[in-house]
Design a protein around this ligand. Structure first.
Ligand SMILES: Nc1ncnc2c1ncn2[C@@H]1O[C@H](COP(=O)(O)OP(=O)(O)O)[C@@H](O)[C@H]1O
Ligand SMILES: [Mg+2]
Length: 396
């Protein structure tokens, strides 16, 4: 009985005091037994409820893990309570470093400014906020769209906030390029047509009256017109290439060959620039417009050659992700690198830091890659220089 056998009953009947004692002993053990059963029962129920809670917690976690938007929640003191996988990868942070910390302690620079802005507006009674945010994440420029919502419990009490955000970098880039393409298309169209008659007229004037007038000013003016018309034509042609009038001519081909052909163009005359290539063995054939793709690589290698300024290494690496079915081409150089501010403008037409640069090279590259349903982005190369990364889908 000392071991806890509460079913023990003393089987003895008398009417005296001992009998009363035995009776009360028996009823006490009975009560204890039911009490213990009840405790066991409620314990069982608690266990079940806990399991259910755990199940729904896991379920919420799985949902959060698998949505493509970044989700971060904080409690009403500003402590970061949850952060999902998408948020971790978009911001290139590890949840371990920020979970259970106050956002004020883990946020820096731009992020802290945004957080403080949100804080003030929440203090003024705003419950939802939509904010565009540009930031540099691990050396790559990013545009996010933030949705901020305060969380209320059943009693309408503030229990914290949730931040949902999307990476709209590619979307914005594509929109800007599309707008520029339209501009380029119009300019090319309007400017190109009158150029040929202007040039022909100047040539005719020179031919017809050149000898008769026999005046240096006359001849040199006519020559200047012809020369500058050619310059404008060249410009318009670049615009046209950017707006891409000719339709893509897509064939099955090996991207490795296009890269090798591009590198061959630079073999001569660059003594201290080492252009290397490294190809994985499992690269599939791709459906590409060879001409356009080569143009894209030429533009990229051109920039890299310029950036290393006669001395350095350029490495073109091609790999294939068999699970995602994506061919990844990295063009890395050991040149002067690109500042974060420049990175945000790089792919826009007319952005150039070179004296005689047109700034159309990367805009053209971007539109060629987009036409192949691919993406291109830039990041810092380690330990120095710039790295352009192209990802192309491989359709079987
Ligand atoms: N590999 C690189 N390293 C450093 N800066 C680069 C690199 N590629 C491009 N850039 C920068 O991007 C700008 C735009 O390039 P691009 O569109 O090709 O125009 P352009 O070459 O005519 O200047 C360049 O002026 C340069 O500042
Ligand atoms: Mg260029």
């Amino acid at each position: 009985m000392t071991d806890g056998d509460l079913n023990y009953q003393i089987d003895f009947e008398t009417d005296d005091e001992i009998g009363t004692l035995i009776k009360s002993f028996n009823s006490m053990t009975k009560e204890l037994a039911t009490g213990r059963e009840q405790i066991a029962l409620s314990g069982e129920m608690l266990k079940q409820q806990n399991a259910e809670l755990e199940k729904s917690r896991q379920y919420i976690e799985i949902v959060l893990k698998n949505i493509s938007a970044g989700v971060i929640s904080i409690d009403n003191k500003g402590t970061i309570m949850t952060i999902n996988k998408a948020a971790e990868s978009m911001l290139d942070i590890n949840s371990r470093d920020i979970l259970n910390h106050n956002f004020k302690d883990v946020l820096k620079n731009d992020y802290l400014k945004i957080a403080n802005k949100i804080n003030t507006q929440v203090a003024q009674g705003q419950e939802t906020l939509k904010i565009p945010l540009s930031a540099t994440v691990s050396g790559a420029p990013k545009h996010f769209f933030l949705n901020f919502n305060t969380l209320k419990n059943d009693q309408d009490k503030n229990v914290g906030a949730v931040l949902v955000f999307d990476d709209v970098t590619e979307l914005e880039k594509a929109q800007r390029v599309a707008a520029w393409r339209e501009v380029a298309r119009r300019i090319a169209h309007e400017v190109k047509n009158p150029l040929t008659p202007i040039k022909l007229s100047a040539q005719r004037l020179k031919r017809k009256y050149g000898k008769e007038i026999n005046d240096d000013v006359f001849t040199s003016c006519a020559d200047t017109i012809v020369e500058h018309v050619d310059l404008i034509k060249n410009l318009v042609n670049q615009f046209a290439a950017f707006a891409k009038f000719p339709d893509a001519n897509v064939t099955q081909c090996r991207i490795e060959n296009i890269v090798l052909e591009t590198i061959a163009l630079y073999r001569e005359g660059l003594e201290n620039v080492d252009i290397k290539s490294r190809f994985a063995e499992n690269i599939p054939m791709l459906k590409l417009d060879q001409q356009h793709m080569k143009q894209a690589f030429i533009n990229l290698v051109d920039n890299a050659v310029y950036a290393v300024n006669k001395k350095g290494t350029i490495l073109i690496d091609i790999s294939y992700d068999e699970i995602l079915k994506i061919v990844r081409i990295e063009i890395a150089d050991t040149g002067k690198g690109i500042s974060d501010k420049e990175k945000t403008k790089l792919f826009e037409p007319y952005f150039s830091t070179k004296k005689s640069g047109m700034g159309l090279g990367l805009a053209i590259v971007h539109s060629i890659i987009s036409d192949h349903n691919g993406v291109i982005r830039v990041q810092d190369n380690k330990p120095e220089g710039a790295k352009f990364i192209i990802e192309l889908p491989a359709y079987s």
